[in-house]
Write a protein that binds this ligand. Structure first.
Ligand SMILES: Cc1ncc(COP(=O)(O)O)c(C=O)c1O
Length: 376
């Protein structure tokens, strides 16, 4: 057995779309990116979406559009991937690390409120593993304080919380299509909003400061606009090389069609894990999974002797992971003086187990059996 922790589910549909790009001989920023943006906006129910090369880039630009004064503070969970907090540093802002809710492991809203001070300008809730942060409580509080809210949706794609899609509760939602995510474009990301004025410079910011559709220019170059100055562009904002390209978008367009089925299958696997591991002494699900309601990118457990169990599972051919070492304990972020007493102790128990749409029932049973054998 060699069971992978995550795995993209790729097929001939992705290859067919890539072939179309090859036939068109256009693989950079182009028509596929536009189409994928339109379809993603429709899928989420957002007014507008912009495709990027990663969620890291999306988070960077999401904060950037607000042009916060240097040195202001942003509330962010400690239990997240580096990018959520790195985006704050990229913007010359200060991360304020917030503890996790003991049950859901999402941002603890009491700790968040306690850590607020007058220098805080924004909050970045992360829907950890896909489980929603209670946005119905967070948003009224954030609005009362005048804070901007950026949702890190790297672990969710297509879930609604209390009737509103995750990613549209706050001002901007950021998604990841990196290869371990719910769907993939190899690497890629998307940012969405229902306030299009926020995105007025985003297309330029993601493509070196130029807000121009090169594909359209190329199409009309020799016929439609004979007298147009096709070479003209203006630089008004500082841009980055953060655009998605047409090859990634080709994969994304095929993956998006399959996403509902991927999500359904993930839910089924999570239910199997929960049934199979129920009642095992010293093993608890990572969080209160509700696979019939929400989409999850990770399935994990909390185990007392975590390291030993992980090494045992490795010896049986089962890949596992730890998500994450709390960021405030990482050397890079230590100087920000965060104290998150719950997650500091608890994160040592987390084990992420294999979860991807191609995982077979036999493989899930094998993982459950090996954990059971270990406990007996
Ligand atoms: C919570 C979270 N935020 C952001 C990111 C960054 O995503 P990307 O790899 O697309 O930049 C990740 C990626 O693993 C993530 O898990």
């Amino acid at each position: 057995m060699n069971i992978r922790l995550f795995k993209p589910s790729l097929g001939k549909e992705e290859l067919e779309n890539i072939k179309e790009s090859f036939d068109r001989s256009w693989i950079g920023l182009g028509p596929n990116v536009n189409k994928f943006e339109e379809e993603w906006a429709k899928f989420v129910g957002a007014a507008t979406a912009t495709g990027l090369n990663s969620a890291t880039a999306a988070l960077h630009l999401a904060l950037k559009v607000f042009n916060f004064p240097k040195g202001k503070k942003v509330l962010v969970p400690s239990l997240t991937f580096s990018s959520t907090a790195s985006a704050i540093l990229y913007n010359d802002l200060i991360p304020v690390f917030v503890d996790s809710n003991p049950e859901t492991l999402g941002m603890d809203l009491d700790d968040m409120k306690q850590k607020y001070d007058k220098d805080v300008v924004a909050v970045i809730p992360v829907h950890y593993a896909g489980h929603p942060v209670p946005m119905d409580e967070l948003m009224p509080w954030a609005r009362e304080k005048g804070l901007k809210v950026i949702e890190d949706c790297a672990h969710t794609s297509g879930s609604k919380y209390k009737g509103t899609p995750l990613g549209l509760w706050g001002d901007i939602g950021c998604y990841s299509f990196e290869e371990k995510k719910l769907m993939t474009t190899g690497d890629g990301g998307m940012m969405v909003t229902n306030q299009p004025e926020l995105f007025k410079d985003v297309k330029a910011m993601r493509w070196v400061g130029i807000d121009k559709d090169n594909w359209k220019t190329a199409q009309s170059y020799t016929d439609v606009n004979k007298d147009a100055m096709h070479w003209f562009y203006e630089l008004n904002v500082l841009g980055y090389k953060y655009n998605m390209n047409d090859l990634s978008a080709a994969i994304g367009l095929a993956q998006l069609k399959k996403l509902p089925e991927f999500n359904r299958r993930r839910g089924e696997i999570i239910q199997r894990y929960m049934d199979g591991l129920k009642g095992l002494d010293g093993i608890k699900p990572l969080l209160p999974y509700e696979p019939e309601k929400y989409v999850y990118q990770m399935f994990g457990i909390r185990a007392e002797n975590r390291d030993d169990l992980m090494i045992y599972l490795k010896s049986k051919g089962v890949a596992t992971g730890c998500h994450y070492t709390p960021l405030h304990m990482q050397p890079l972020f230590k100087s920000f003086n965060g104290s998150c007493s719950f997650i500091e102790k608890e994160a040592d128990k987390f084990i992420t187990l294999p979860l991807h749409a191609d995982l077979t029932n036999e493989e899930v049973e094998y993982v459950i059996d090996k954990i059971t054998d270990y406990k007996n």
